[in-house]
Design a protein around this ligand. Structure first.
Ligand code: HEM
Length: 398
C-alpha cells in the first residue's frame, strides 16, 4: 500500500479514506523519503517534536513557494508574508498583535450574533424541509464570524468565502494553472478591498481590545507596513474559513456515521466539548503541515540534511496507537485528547478558541433542532489532500 506513495500522484480512493495509507506508512516507513527527496512523517512523537523545535524546523516558505508561484506573483507575496509561513522575530511580532483578540475573554462579544445567525440558518432549513449542510450551514458561519472579528461591514462580505477557497486551494501539493489563476484573481480582489478598509480604519480606529484590524494597525514595537498588514488580514480571513467549515461539516457527517455516538451526545449535551475535540482528532480539518530543516538533524534512523522539506501528517499522528488508546474508534467522550489538529509549539493555531466556539454553538443548536437528521445520499468530498472536508452534504430533516 505504501509502494510509490507520492503526494503528487495519490492512489485511487485516497481522498475518501486516506487512513489505511497513513497507517501503513506509520507502521512501515514512519520517516518516509519521497520521490522529491522531502520527508513525510506519520508518527505522533516525531510530529510533535518537530512542531516544538522551530529553530531546526523553519516555517519560512520562500524557497518552496518561489518556483511554485513565481517570485513576483501575488500568491508568493501573500503566502510568504503571512505569519504562519514565517519564523521569529517577524512571526512573534505579528502573532503577539493578534493573539489578544482571539482569547476566550475577547470572543464572548461574538457569541450573541453567532447564535442568532445559526438560529436563522436552521429556521431556513426547517422552512424548506431540507438542508445542504455545507453551503447553507457549515460554510455560512465562519465567514460571518471572521467578518465580525475584523469588523467588516455586512454588505461587503459576499465575495470573501470564494476568495478564501481560491487562495487556500493554491496550497495543494499539485497546483494546476487554473487553480493558480483563481488564486491570483482572488488576491487581487482581496487587496483592492482591504486597502480601502485599512485606510478607513486608520482614519477611524475601532476598539483595539476586540477589533483585530485595529490591533494590527496599532501593533507595538515596529509597526507592520501596509503590505504586511493587508497580507495578514487576508491570512486571518482564510485561516478560519475552510478549516472551521470542515470541522462543523465533518462533525455532522461523523455523527450520522456513528448513530450511537450521536444518541449519546443528544442524551448528554455536556459531552459536546469533548465531541468537538474528537472530531478534530478523528477527521482533522487540516491534514498536512510543512517545515524545512535549517541544519542537519536526525529523525528516527533518517539523517536529514539542512534544507530538507518535511511534511507533517497530522491525520496520521492523530490516529497513532502510541498516543491514543483504540485510535480508530470515534469516541465522543475521549478525554484527555491531545490531538495535533491545531498543531503545537510556537505556531499552534491562534484561532483555536474561536473555532471551538463556532463549533460548540453551531453543533449544539443543530442537534437540538434536528436531532433525527439523516444524510441524503453520499456527501461530496472536496478532493484535497491538505484540507479534509466536504463541498456538499444533503440532509433530510425527518
Ligand atoms: C477547525 C479549525 C481550525 C484548524 C483545524 C486550524 C488549524 C491550524 C493549524 C494546524 C495551524 C498551524 C499551521 C502550521 O504552523 O503549520 C494553524 C495556524 C493558525 N491558525 Fe488555525 N485552524 C483553525 C481555525 C482557525 C481560526 C478560526 C482562526 C482565526 C481566524 C485561525 C487562525 C490561525 C492563525 C493566525 C494561525 C497561525 C499561527 C502562527 O503561525 O503562529 N485558525 N491553524
Amino acid at each position: 500500500m505504501t509502494d510509490g506513495f507520492d503526494l503528487r500522484h495519490l492512489p485511487p480512493g485516497f481522498y475518501d479514506d486516506p487512513f489505511p495509507v497513513y497507517r501503513a506508512l506509520r507502521e512501515q516507513t514512519p520517516v518516509r523519503r519521497m520521490p522529491d527527496d522531502s520527508v513525510f512523517l506519520t508518527r505522533y512523537a516525531d510530529i510533535s517534536a518537530v512542531y516544538h523545535d522551530a529553530e531546526t524546523f523553519s516555517s519560512d516558505k520562500k524557497r518552496e513557494f518561489a518556483p511554485k508561484y513565481g517570485a513576483d506573483s501575488r500568491l508568493f507575496r501573500h503566502h510568504t508574508t503571512s505569519l504562519v509561513f514565517n519564523d521569529a522575530p517577524y512571526h512573534t511580532r505579528v502573532r503577539r498583535s493578534i493573539l489578544g483578540a482571539l482569547i476566550p475573554k475577547a470572543l464572548h462579544r461574538l457569541e450573541p450574533k453567532l447564535e442568532t445567525l445559526v438560529a436563522r440558518l436552521l429556521d431556513h432549513a426547517e422552512a424548506n424541509g431540507r438542508l445542504e449542510a455545507i453551503g447553507e450551514f457549515a460554510g455560512a458561519i465562519p465567514v460571518e464570524v471572521i467578518g465580525d472579528l475584523l469588523d467588516i461591514p455586512d454588505e461587503d462580505r459576499a465575495p470573501l468565502r470564494d476568495w478564501s477557497l481560491a487562495i487556500l486551494g493554491a496550497l495543494e501539493p499539485v497546483l494546476s494553472a487554473e487553480a493558480k489563476a483563481q488564486g491570483e484573481a482572488a488576491l487581487a480582489g482581496f487587496h483592492a478591498y482591504l486597502s480601502k478598509l485599512i485606510a478607513e480604519r486608520r482614519a477611524a480606529p475601532g476598539d483595539a481590545e476586540t477589533d483585530v484590524l485595529t490591533r494590527l494597525i496599532q501593533s507595538e514595537g515596529e509597526p507592520l507596513n501596509e503590505m504586511e498588514l493587508a497580507e495578514n488580514c487576508v491570512f486571518l480571513l482564510n485561516a478560519g474559513h475552510e478549516t472551521t467549515t470542515n470541522l462543523i461539516g465533518n462533525a455532522i457527517e461523523l455523527l450520522a456515521r456513528f448513530p450511537g455516538e450521536r444518541a449519546r451526545l443528544i442524551a448528554q449535551p455536556d459531552l459536546l466539548r469533548y465531541a468537538i475535540e474528537e472530531v478534530l482528532r478523528y477527521e482533522s480539518s487540516n491534514q498536512l503541515g510543512n517545515r524545512v530543516t535549517t541544519r542537519e538533524t536526525k529523525i528516527g534512523d533518517e539523517t536529514l540534511a539542512a534544507g530538507t522539506f518535511v511534511t507533517l501528517c497530522i491525520g496520521a499522528a492523530n490516529r497513532d496507537p502510541k498516543a491514543f488508546d483504540d485510535p480508530e474508534q470515534f469516541d465522543i467522550s475521549r478525554h484527555p485528547n491531545r490531538h495535533l489538529a491545531f498543531a503545537a509549539g510556537p505556531h499552534k493555531c491562534a484561532g483555536m478558541y474561536l473555532a471551538r466556539m463556532e463549533a460548540r454553538i453551531a453543533l449544539g443548536a443543530f442537534l437540538k433542532r434536528l436531532p433525527d437528521y439523516a444524510l441524503d445520499g453520499k456527501p461530496v468530498r472536496s478532493r484535497r489532500a491538505r484540507f479534509r472536508g466536504f463541498t456538499e452534504m444533503k440532509i433530510r430533516l425527518r
